[in-house]
Design a protein around this ligand. Structure first.
Ligand code: NDP
Length: 297
């Protein structure tokens, strides 16, 4: 079998198009422009690239983009004061604090100071609780992107067996909650899971969110299963240079799976698309307007 490639780049472009349509309608019918504020503390090069790219795409879909760059040694009280101002600013509907934060800052304290209604990353403890109890929440962007791709490919996920490898708060746990919400039978695997290959082999849906290059191989995959590869790992090429690979060994998994997301060009592009979708959703909720269809869990 040769797997269908789930093209996250194309799907993300479609989602951004839907968001842009929603933004245009909001402006036209209500004179409202959704706004996303991104706060970056320090000069981590990867974070700077993410923030630039988020700002560019925010503007491309017609939203207002606000960037707050703070020095690496910014005291926590100063960062909290910036967030407090953004919480109170009616032009800001979404707030994202770029992680990781410098070590002297308490990430939990900082994230939990964001107004949950503006927490477009879905990391605030209130949103975590709402998602866990099946209530309307802001949903973390990467798992939301994975869910959208799975729904688009399969239609209903009801009754499917899903294995999520990884139990982080930003990917693994919310992913499992979302799959449960769509009536999958869900197993969460992690570094202590015994005979991981046998566990994964049960799955109709495998979500790999581990951070270990090409760990999941084709002999772990049930024939016809769908593999969603969240991992982003940089490895050396045999003939020099480096390249990005996922947590799944693409060649061997694609030979057995029914469908698979590539790396790059799979889950990655969906993450920013879902950040924009969440900002539009937050803006609609803040103004008591109907939420955009198909862009939330
Ligand atoms: P974390 O490091 O926070 O979590 C990794 C998880 O993998 C942990 O739960 C860990 O288990 C588990 N794990 C580690 N080794 C093994 C193993 N040998 N067998 C089984 N499980 C194992 O990572 P994140 O969740 O933040 O990210 C995961 C990957 O996804 C990374 O490559 C990251 O770069 C990528 N990522 C991609 C995004 C995108 O936009 N595409 C967004 C976010 C992340 P334990 O808890 O027991 O330690």
């Amino acid at each position: 079998m040769t797997a269908t490639v789930i093209d996250g780049k194309a799907f993300a472009a479609k989602v951004r198009g839907q968001v842009a349509d929603g933004v245009a309608k909001l402006k036209e019918a209500h004179g409202i422009t959704p706004g996303l504020a991104v706060v970056l503390v320090g000069e981590d090069p990867a974070s700077q690239v993410y923030v630039r790219s988020k700002g560019k795409m925010t503007v491309e879909v017609g939203m207002a983009s606000f960037e707050h760059r703070l020095d690496a040694d910014t005291p926590e009280a100063d960062l909290l004061a910036v967030i407090e101002r953004l919480n109170a600013d009616p032009a800001v509907h979404g707030i994202l604090v770029q992680l990781p934060l410098p070590a002297h800052l308490d990430s939990d304290q900082v994230i939990n100071s964001i107004d949950p209604a503006k927490d477009v990353d879905g990391f605030h403890i209130s949103n975590v609780g709402l998602l866990g109890t099946g209530q309307k929440s802001m949903v973390p962007c990467t798992p939301l992107g994975c869910l959208m791709m799975l729904r688009d490919y399969h239609g209903s996920l009801s009754g499917m067996t899903a294995v999520v490898i990884g139990r982080s708060n930003i990917v693994g746990k919310p992913m499992a909650q979302l799959l449960l919400g769509d009536s999958c039978t869900v197993t969460i695997a992690h570094s202590r899971t015994k005979d991981l290959a046998a566990v994964v082999r049960q799955a109709d849906i495998v979500v790999a969110a581990v951070g270990r290059a090409q760990m999941v191989t084709g002999d772990w995959i049930k024939p016809g299963a769908t593999v969603i590869d969240v991992g982003i790992n940089r490895i050396d090429n045999p003939d020099g240079g480096t390249r990005l690979v996922g947590d799944a060994d693409y060649e061997s998994c694609a030979a057995v799976a029914g469908a698979i997301t590539p790396v790059p060009g799979g889950v990655g592009p969906m993450t920013i698309a879902c950040l924009l979708a969440n900002t539009l959703t937050a803006c609609c909720r803040a103004n008591g307007l109907p939420e955009p269809e198909g862009l939330t869990a």
